[in-house]
Design a binder for this molecule. Structure first.
Ligand code: HEM
Length: 492
């Protein structure tokens, strides 16, 4: 008997369960082989980054997406794929190829499948745990909570928090900017989003619970969000505790008829088209989702904004001071929504930090309707249904044909006549864009510009540690290492 006959004789001698398992294994390997073969034969499929199919790309990917993207872009250009287990992830890098990613609606390109790992953190019944019709309505609630007329009130709260916070600094000293600005942004976020009950009475308790939610969001949680590990158990406990705390606050507000000018109230008052409202637990989930979207992204961008301005002091600082002086001549010490909107130079400085160091380095969708993408040099690639599609602000922001001297910090690139970000839509994607562009963009700019207006007016500052590298291992990418700044109180 030949070896194959031996193999089949041995197989048939195994118990039925083992035979079934072996058959399933064979089937999976065959399907994967055929999929790879079909991919290779279809010349309109994007080129695939080298490595053994199935796990090759994944191994490179988890070592850090940026080196992989750099190498793949250099070799293959703006459209390329990576094999991640049995799935392909296709990257679209640059405004010419990423416009469909941003413009498509949820039925063409969906977020749910790729962002579903957030469900245990946000909770059931909200955002990525509901079907697309309900999600559209819930995203309308986010939009209403963050709209311009509410923003005016939030800015008042941001100014109050920032002034009180920096009043506690001494006359001179040294601080870690990331630590300080993270502390301040949590205070502002709790007042504007969670409301005065949390800010004034429950701040420590709620911050601790949010810390457990944060710690429960590990890189492994993206692939296995329900893995029974200690960090996930603490996350689930903290989520349940938050629901109890918010339920009490919501019921107190309902019983007393009290209404507050915060995001919590916007969610309490929100109504679906059929007239029903959100449950207490869903309101808690919506609040957690907004906090996750806005907190680390804002504290990191506030920090980078300051670090870059101080590292390029001669280039941008005198003009930033002059802008404040000019505004103070007209408005005195006051800071409000309209006054902050006048600060174009500061705005460009913040925007340039976000271009160089975006905190969200990879945005993803699941392709639900096949499409063809055409590159700058006229190549067409077909993207089939079921493929994960990604784009990357950190790579797209460094393309030389989009931003001149792309590695150079240069806030003046946004000002007319240069306006480099405006030449092609979706060139600047620090806040994403299109149908799912950031709803908190204005909130974030207001918050960051408030912080830096107060600092510019009240302190002389100097960067005393080197400009840090970004920490690409974190889910929200911030500066790695100390961000030490020396300050001396003064009046501008
Ligand atoms: C500098 C700070 C911020 C940055 C860099 C940032 C960045 C982003 C990006 C890139 C997206 C798009 C994600 C995607 O396409 O998959 C996004 C979406 C979103 N952001 Fe922000 N964000 C910031 C601050 C905020 C703040 C402060 C809030 C709320 C207070 C917020 C609320 C949202 C919401 C609700 C979405 C979802 C929009 C949708 O999917 O339709 N963000 N943000």
């Amino acid at each position: 008997m030949g070896p194959m006959a031996d193999y089949w004789a041995w197989t048939l001698a195994q118990p039925l369960q083992t035979q079934m398992a072996m058959l399933m294994g064979l089937l999976v390997v065959t399907v994967l082989f055929l999929k790879t073969l079909t991919g290779m034969l279809n010349s309109r499929r994007p080129p695939c980054v080298g490595g053994i199919p199935i796990i090759g790309g994944f191994l490179k990917f988890i070592k850090g997406p940026l080196p992989l993207m750099d190498a793949a872009y250099a070799k293959h250009g703006s459209v390329f794929s990576v094999n991640i287990f049995h799935k392909r992830m296709t990257f679209l890098i640059g405004p010419e190829v990423s416009s469909h990613f941003f413009k498509a609606n949820d039925l063409e390109m969906s977020q749910k499948e790729v962002y579903e790992f957030n469900v245990p953190t946000f909770g059931k019944g909200v955002v990525f745990d509901v079907d697309h019709k309900v999600r559209i309505e819930q995203f309308r609630f986010f939009a209403e909570a963050l709209k311009k007329n509410r923003m005016r009130t939030y800015v008042g709260m941001m100014v109050m928090e920032a002034e009180a916070f920096f009043d506690k600094w001494g006359d001179e000293g040294e601080v870690d900017l990331l630590q300080q600005l993270s502390d301040l942004i949590i205070l502002t976020a709790s007042r504007c989003l969670m409301g005065k009950e949390v800010r004034e009475q429950l701040f420590e308790k709620v911050s601790e619970l949010f810390h457990h939610l944060d710690m429960g969001m590990l890189p492994i949680s993206v692939v296995f969000p329900y893995l029974p590990i200690a960090a996930h158990r603490k996350r689930d406990w903290a989520r349940a505790e938050l629901s109890k705390i918010f339920s009490k606050i919501i019921n107190n507000r309902r019983d007393s008829g009290q209404s507050e000018p915060d995001v919590l109230q916007a969610f309490i008052d929100a109504r679906y088209k059929n007239g029903t409202g959100l449950s207490d637990d869903e309101i808690t989930g919506m609040l957690i989702a907004v906090l996750f979207a806005g907190q680390h992204t804002s504290s990191i961008t506030s920090t980078w904004a300051g670090l870059h301005m101080l590292a390029h002091k001669q280039m941008v600082w005198p003009q930033a001071e002059e802008e404040q002086r000019k505004i103070m001549k007209t408005h005195g010490d006051e800071l409000n929504f309209d006054i902050i909107n006048e600060m174009d130079h500061l705005h460009c400085c913040v925007k340039e930090s976000l271009r160089i160091h975006p905190p969200l380095i990879m945005l993803m969708r699941m392709c639900q309707k096949p499409f063809t993408v055409t590159t700058r040099d006229g190549k067409d690639y077909d993207i089939p249904k079921g493929e994960i599609v990604a784009t990357s602000p950190c790579k797209a922001h460094r393309l030389e044909h989009v931003f001149k001297d792309a590695d150079k910090y240069d806030p003046f690139r946004y000002m007319p006549p240069r306006a480099e970000d405006k030449a092609t839509p979706f060139s600047f994607i620090g806040f994403g864009g299109g149908s799912h562009g950031c709803m908190g963009e204005q909130f974030a700019y207001m918050q960051i510009k408030t912080v830096w207006s107060v600092l510019l007016r009240k302190f002389d500052l100097e960067l005393i540690s080197p400009l840090p590298e970004p920490n690409y291992e974190a889910m929200v990418v911030g500066p790695k290492g100390p961000c030490l700044v020396k300050y001396k109180r003064r009046n501008l």
